[in-house]
Design a protein around this ligand. Structure first.
Ligand code: ADP
Length: 274
C-alpha cells in the first residue's frame, strides 16, 4: 500500500484526492502492462500470452491476468483446467510455463456465458487485482477486453496501468477503433508503450508477401498520433495452432522465426520500463 495513504479510509482518500488520482498498485507486482485492442479477434490474447512467455525468457518474473471477463482465453490458450486454491479471502494464481496466471475462466465452466452487468465486472476485476496472491512479479500482463468500457476505466482510474500496448490488424475498420483506443488512453493519462501490427501480411510458399488486410495502416496511425510503432507480426498458422493446443509458440519453439519476433518485441517493451 502507498505509504502516504496507508491507514486512511477510502472515503477519506476521496476527500483528499479525486478518484482519478487514487491508485491501488496490484500487490506483489512491479509494472502493469495492459494489452489492448479496440476491436475483438485481432490477436490480442495470443500476443499477450506470447509476450508474457517472452518476458519470462528474458529473465523477468511474469504474471498474466485475463481481464476479458466476457470472453476469457487463458484457460484454453494455456491449457489450464484446474481451479485456483482459495482460503475464502484470497486466491493463489495458477503456475503454468513459469507464469502466474489468473482468469475468470478458471472459476466457471468453459461454455458458461458470463451474463453480468458492468458493476459485477468491475468487482471481479478488483478481486483479481487485490485478492490474488501475485508473488514478486516484475511484470503483470493484463489481457484487456476489446473496446473502451468498464474494465479499461477501472484499470486506468482505480488500479494502475504503467503502460498500454495496442494491437490491431491493418484493416481500415480496425484502425478506426485503434484511434478511439489511443484517444481513450491519452484522455485517461495512461502511457502508450506502442502499437503492433498483427496479421500484417502472409508469406506464401513462393516467398512473396501478401498484404491480406492492407498495408502499413497501423504504422501510419502510430505516426499520425505521435506514438511508437513497435513492429509487425505476420499471419502464421503455427501461431494459431499452438494457441489452440494450449502451448504458446514461444514456449513450444523459441527458435521459430515468429518466436524471435515476439522476443524482439518483448525486449523493446521491457526496455521502456527499465
Ligand atoms: P483477440 O484476443 O483479439 O480476440 P485472439 O488472440 O483470440 O484475438 O486471436 C484470434 C484468432 O486469431 C485466434 O484463433 C488466434 O490463434 C489467431 N491469431 C492471432 N494472431 C495470429 C497471427 N499472427 N497469425 C495467425 N493466426 C493468428
Amino acid at each position: 500500500m502507498d505509504k502516504k495513504t496507508a491507514g486512511i479510509s477510502s472515503a477519506m482518500k476521496e476527500k483528499i484526492a479525486p478518484k482519478s488520482f487514487i491508485k491501488n498498485p496490484i500487490n506483489g507486482t512491479k509494472y502493469t502492462i495492459a494489452i489492448s485492442s479496440a476491436k475483438g479477434g485481432v490477436g490480442k490474447s495470443t500476443f499477450a500470452i506470447n509476450l508474457a512467455i517472452s518476458l519470462k525468457k528474458l529473465g523477468s518474473k511474469v504474471g498474466i491476468l485475463d481481464a476479458d471477463i466476457y470472453g476469457p482465453s487463458l484457460p484454453k490458450m494455456m491449457k489450464i483446467n484446474e481451479k485456483p486454491e482459495s482460503d475464502g479471502k484470497s486466491m493463489s494464481p495458477i503456475e503454468k510455463y513459469g507464469l502466474q496466471c489468473m482468469s475468470i475462466g478458471f472459476l466457471v465452466d468453459e461454455e458458461t456465458p458470463m451474463i453480468w452487468r458492468g458493476p459485477m465486472v468491475t468487482s471481479a476485476i478488483k478481486t483479481f487485482t487485490q485478492k490474488v496472491l501475485w508473488k514478486n512479479l516484475d511484470f503483470i500482463i493484463i489481457d484487456m477486453p476489446p473496446g473502451t468500457g468498464d474494465t479499461q476505466l477501472t484499470f486506468s482510474q482505480e488500479i494502475k496501468i504503467d503502460g498500454a500496448v495496442i494491437i490491431s490488424t491493418p484493416q481500415e475498420i480496425a484502425l478506426l477503433d485503434v484511434k478511439r483506443g489511443i484517444k481513450m488512453f491519452d484522455k485517461l493519462g495512461v502511457k502508450i508503450v506502442g502499437l503492433i501490427d498483427n496479421m500484417s501480411h502472409f508469406e506464401g510458399d513462393d516467398g512473396k508477401k501478401y498484404n491480406i488486410f492492407g498495408d502499413g495502416g497501423v504504422e501510419k496511425v502510430a505516426k499520425e498520433f505521435g506514438k511508437n510503432f513497435l513492429g509487425k507480426i505476420p499471419i502464421n498458422s503455427d501461431i494459431g495452432r499452438t494457441a489452440d493446443n494450449g502451448k504458446p509458440l514461444v514456449e513450444e519453439n523459441p527458435d521459430h522465426k515468429i518466436s524471435k519476433l515476439y522476443l524482439e518485441l518483448a525486449k523493446k517493451i521491457k526496455s521502456s520500463f527499465l
